[in-house]
Unconditional design. Structure first.
Length: 294
């Protein structure tokens, strides 16, 4: 979530700071106070502006692009295509996808978030429940998937945990900040009492799991976090670390429209289950279930 201070918010809204303070005093603008300073969530400001927008008769609001943003997953990418949904993917990472969805840029976001301290918490549900800019969002389960460390065949560095990465001096391919796999890495390191700077990270970060696999196959990295399905497709070894929920965030308006309905109907077909089993590392028993609704 991007937060603007008073001067930044006033500049963004083309207002004088005095007028901004008046709106705050009237409770007329979304804001929060932290350690004595007013902060303004940019996504909330955008929604506030859009809600008060006057349009000529007959002019409708701009529709988001027919895209599922957020995290990358091979089974999701295949399902969007095979279901005839007409939806494309824009893999930017979980946090970036959530932000783009909140701003009205995409019809849904794929996420797999991880809490730093609580391994058993449902971070996806907590994120949707706690973020004001997602107040009308619903969370649809897509699948559970196995995450772990991808390593070269035979695991030459003998990596069995995140602690082994630092101890063995392994070069690690990482993901951009805000990506679900990077959040998982930070959580695992935190629980193991290891600082990120103790890991020999390879630059630049890899945009997706298949890019992690490519870095390992090319010899630029020794390991990286990705799913079992990515490891299987690349012919690499896999060290399991955790199962996680991989969900879709949308809202009721888009949920009931034909593109997402085509996808959710496809999740109930034998072909979807067969593909998940073929790729490996997936549990699709609750695919399409509403996991959270306000």
């Amino acid at each position: 979530m991007r937060l603007l201070n008073t001067a930044e918010a006033a500049d963004y809204l083309r207002l004088k700071e005095r007028k901004l303070y008046e709106l705050v005093a009237e409770g007329a603008i979304p804001c929060t106070k932290v350690t004595g300073r007013w902060l303004f969530p940019k996504a909330e400001l955008d929604q506030w502006l859009a809600s008060s927008l006057s349009r000529p008769d007959g002019m409708s609001a701009v529709e988001p692009l027919p895209i599922v943003g957020g995290s990358h997953d091979p089974l999701l990418e295949w399902s969007l295509r095979e279901s005839g949904s007409g939806l494309a993917t824009l893999p930017q990472g979980s946090e970036a996808g959530l932000a783009r969805f909140a701003e009205g840029g995409v019809v849904a976001a794929a996420i797999h978030l991880h809490a730093l301290d609580e391994s058993e918490s449902d971070a996806n549900v907590e994120a949707v429940k706690s973020r004001g800019e997602l107040r009308d969002a619903i969370l649809i389960g897509f699948l559970r998937r196995e995450q772990g460390l991808i390593v070269a065949g035979g695991n030459p560095k003998k990596i069995c945990s995140v602690a082994d990465i630092a101890r063995n001096g392994a070069r690690m391919a990482t993901r951009p900040a805000g990506a679900g796999a990077q959040l998982l890495l930070l959580a695992l390191l935190h629980r193991a009492g290891i600082a990120l700077k103790e890991i020999a990270a390879v630059d630049p970060p890899c945009p997706t799991g298949p890019d992690i696999a490519q870095a390992i196959r090319a010899g630029r990295a020794d390991c990286g976090i990705a799913t079992r399905s990515v490891a299987n497709a690349a012919g690499l070894d896999f060290v399991p670390l955790a199962w996680e929920c991989f969900d879709l965030v949308t809202n009721p308006r888009h949920y009931f429209r034909p593109p997402l309905q085509a996808l959710f109907a496809f999740l109930r077909t034998p072909g979807f289950a067969a593909r998940a089993q073929e790729l490996g590392g997936y549990d699709v028993s609750e695919a399409g279930r509403v996991r959270y609704a306000p």
